[in-house]
Design a protein around this ligand. Structure first.
Ligand code: PMT
Length: 402
């Protein structure tokens, strides 16, 4: 989000304090962030908080001594995005009915930037038909409005009305600022490990953290795709606005992927699926006994190979990953052909800075026509974006004029 300029409009709700975290996240993402506050917002949080976090002057009143004339016009025209967080029922009503009676509402009226509204208020207030109609009107006019989270509110009620988490607002903002070149594509991504139980307390698994697959799911969503993430157990939070299905075993992953597979244009298998599982799961905890114990393993289904064998309906795209510690290119090429893939991403998982559980990855990408591309070491977030660029190119080649 470097080189982007965002205005955060803070209005008078208890969630105003959460806007401080949003500003911090924006600044950390490299965004030039300015803050405009309503007079009511300053009763909840002092402007100085935002001034320190953003590194910029905060405007609360256009008649303030020292305010720069025309800022209420300039700010909304010089920025790429305006985020209203929290957005009270009052500012939503003013926006819907063209009221410009203070700095922030005038700025929104004159803005040419995109506007993201993040409502936050008492549940009954949010459900009031007047507020709902105003939000509907704003959406019809091209404003983006996030759905408030549900839960216990500061006023003691329970239900919708909480400000979405600042990290989710940031992701929504990222999406609005990203090129929507995957709009209309349906993409399924698998991530993380599978776990294969031995008894009620033990299982076989691997070191996959899910970082690579989650980065792919998020990058695809930011570029406009409709994304389903099927994930083994990880410690990660599913990306905002991505359909999510958590599975444990390879067999569960197989069912979650194969059943809906025909609905997807692109399937990316970044998950580290266990190749084998214990033949049987003991009903009770296996007791300590003999000096040596043998576990009999049976082969799991190869989900990617099954998808490859079903791949008849052109132009669907199937992308696999290949985790290797030796003969990287040869082994990956074999998998590409055997599993009928369009593209395979080969990572050398013997390195500390690539493959399992690292924040970075170093890959070679191989295509059906024999072409090989080598990528330098980069973060999994950056790599995910690069890989989606290649997938978009493949898709465009197959469906020109889409
Ligand atoms: O999750 P991270 O910590 O970020 O790590 C990322 C990663 C190393 C897990 C990822 O980059 C990666 O390489 N994923 C694939 C790991 C793997 O299982 O590779 P493989 O070479 O054993 O399998 C080849 C392909 O077949 C993979 O796309 C795999 O999802 C698929 N497969 C494998 C076995 C099986 N039974 N079913 C499958 O679908």
């Amino acid at each position: 989000m470097k080189d982007k300029r965002v205005v955060v409009g803070v209005t008078g709700g208890i969630a105003a304090y959460k806007a401080a975290e949003l500003v911090r996240l924006l600044v950390r993402a490299g965004v030039d962030t300015r803050v405009a506050m309503t007079a009511h917002a300053t009763k909840f949080v002092a402007p100085l908080t935002f001034e320190v976090l953003s590194g910029n002057r905060v405007v609360c009143d256009m008649w303030d001594h020292g305010a720069v004339p025309m800022d209420h016009i300039r700010w909304g025209q010089e920025s790429d995005l305006i985020i209203i967080a929290p957005a009270t029922a009052n500012i939503i009503a003013k926006m819907a009915h063209g009221v410009g009676d203070d700095f922030l509402s005038s700025l929104i009226l004159a803005a040419t930037a995109k506007v993201l509204v993040c409502p936050s208020m008492n549940t009954h207030m949010f459900q009031n038909p007047a507020v709902q109609d105003n939000i509907k009107l704003l959406k019809q006019r091209g404003f983006m409005s996030m759905t408030p989270s549900e839960g216990e509110l500061a006023c003691g009620t329970e239900g919708p009305g909480r400000l979405p988490e600042p990290a989710d607002i940031l992701e929504q903002a990222r999406m609005l600022l990203s090129e929507q070149d995957l709009l209309g594509l349906r993409i399924l991504v698998t991530a993380g490990p599978t776990i294969e139980p031995l008894d009620p307390v033990r299982y076989l698994t691997n070191r996959s953290s899910g970082k690579m697959g989650y980065a792919l799911a998020m990058a695809a969503r930011l570029r406009g795709a409709d994304v389903m993430l099927v994930s083994g157990p990880t410690r990660l939070r599913p990306p905002h606005d991505v359909h999510f299905c958590e599975v444990k075993t390879a067999e569960e992953m197989r069912q979650a992927v194969l059943a809906p597979s025909s609905q997807y244009d692109v399937i990316i298998k970044a998950a580290a699926v266990s190749d084998y599982r214990p033949r049987a799961k003991a009903e009770h905890k296996i007791k300590k006994g003999e000096e040596n114990q043998t576990i009999e393993l049976v082969k799991n289904p190869d989900i990617l190979a099954e998808l490859g064998s079903m791949k008849v309906d052109f132009p669907r795209i199937l992308v696999g990953f290949s985790a290797e510690t030796e003969d990287l290119a040869e082994n990956a090429r074999r998998k590409l052909e055997k599993k009928n893939l369009d593209m395979i991403v080969a990572n050398d998982v013997s390195r500390e800075d690539a493959g399992f559980d690292s924040d970075t990855n170093l890959v070679k990408v191989m295509y059906r026509d024999g072409h090989i591309e080598e990528f330098p070491l980069m973060t999994k977030t950056e790599l995910a974006d690069q890989l989606l660029g290649r997938i978009r190119d493949l898709w465009e080649d197959r469906s020109p004029g889409r």
